[in-house]
Design a protein around this ligand. Structure first.
Ligand SMILES: Cc1ncc(COP(=O)(O)O)c(C=O)c1O
Length: 271
């Protein structure tokens, strides 16, 4: 048995028991290990779905250029699919993202435009605005816009949710996920809650991001401030975030996130 292309290997990632890092916690805690995807993150799933849906809708045509604002991981998924399908890629990235991520995207053929982190999303220099401008200037280009493109949520509703339901034999009681664009959390949560409305969903947010306060008070926080953590928390309200599907938010600091990431890498053999 073989796959015709690396993009056919996206999804069906393993569910692995967390042992050491959860010592002292009650219950069985499992991690859906998304770095098993060919681009090494959960974002491969949405990249492929956004491209396939755009092809079907006639928004992306042969020889086209994909332009996206990314913290790196959606970019990697898009770049892999673009290589397989013959598209060019231009990614706008905030200057806080690691140099390694930019280098690896360049290595798979993408052009990177680095934009300042510390400007508002409406500022013409922001990575959102630059992606939009390039899309309007470059002929035959497609801007997936992972924040507002509902193919993002759909990818998780169609695959991640059913995978988790089957892997846990329907016994899952709590689902915890970071919230960036909201696609992972809300697509998966929608599927799981349809299967069992008692499943509790917990969104992980960062200090400096708007989600937790918006969920709890309806107030869009004007005191957004920069943080180092990459990929989740936002200074906007993406269409893919459906607050009704997220029961609670917990915030993590850059420091706690970094320390736990190191522990997970060091103790990886037994996660
Ligand atoms: C590795 C990784 N995990 C999680 C997220 C956040 O997931 P979502 O955008 O689906 O909310 C991101 C977003 O960039 C990411 O890159």
């Amino acid at each position: 048995m073989y796959y015709n292309s690396i993009i056919e290997t996206i999804g069906n990632t393993p569910l692995v028991k967390l042992n050491r890092v959860t010592k002292g916690a009650k219950g069985l805690i499992l991690a859906k290990v998304e770095y098993f995807n060919p681009g090494n993150s959960v974002k491969d799933r949405i990249a492929l779905k956004m491209i396939e849906d755009a092809e079907k809708a006639g928004l992306l045509k042969p020889g086209g250029t994909i332009i996206e604002g990314t913290s790196g991981n959606t970019g990697m998924g898009l770049a892999l699919a673009a290589v397989a399908k013959g598209y060019k890629c231009i990614f706008t990235m905030a200057d806080k993202q690691s140099k390694e991520k930019m280098d690896i995207l360049r290595a798979v053929g993408a052009e990177i435009v680095v934009c300042p982190t510390n400007v508002s999303p409406e500022d013409p220099r922001s990575y959102y605005s630059v992606a939009r401008r390039l899309n309007s200037e470059i002929p035959n280009s497609f801007y997936p816009n992972q924040y507002d493109n509902l193919s993002n949520t759909a990818a998780h509703y169609e695959a991640t949710g059913p995978e988790i339901w089957e892997q846990t034999e329907g016994k899952i009681t709590h689902y915890v996920s970071t919230v960036g664009t909201g696609g992972t959390m809300c697509g998966t949560a929608k599927y799981l809650k349809e299967k069992n409305p008692d499943i509790v969903t917990v969104g992980i947010d960062t200090y400096g991001s708007v989600f937790k306060k918006y969920k709890e008070t309806g107030v869009f926080d004007e005191e957004i401030y920069p943080y180092l953590t990459e990929g989740f928390g936002e200074d906007i309200l993406p269409r893919n975030v459906d607050f009704d599907l997220i029961d609670h938010f917990i915030k993590v600091t850059d420091k706690d996130g970094a320390i736990m990431t190191r522990r997970l890498s060091k103790e990886r053999a037994c996660l």
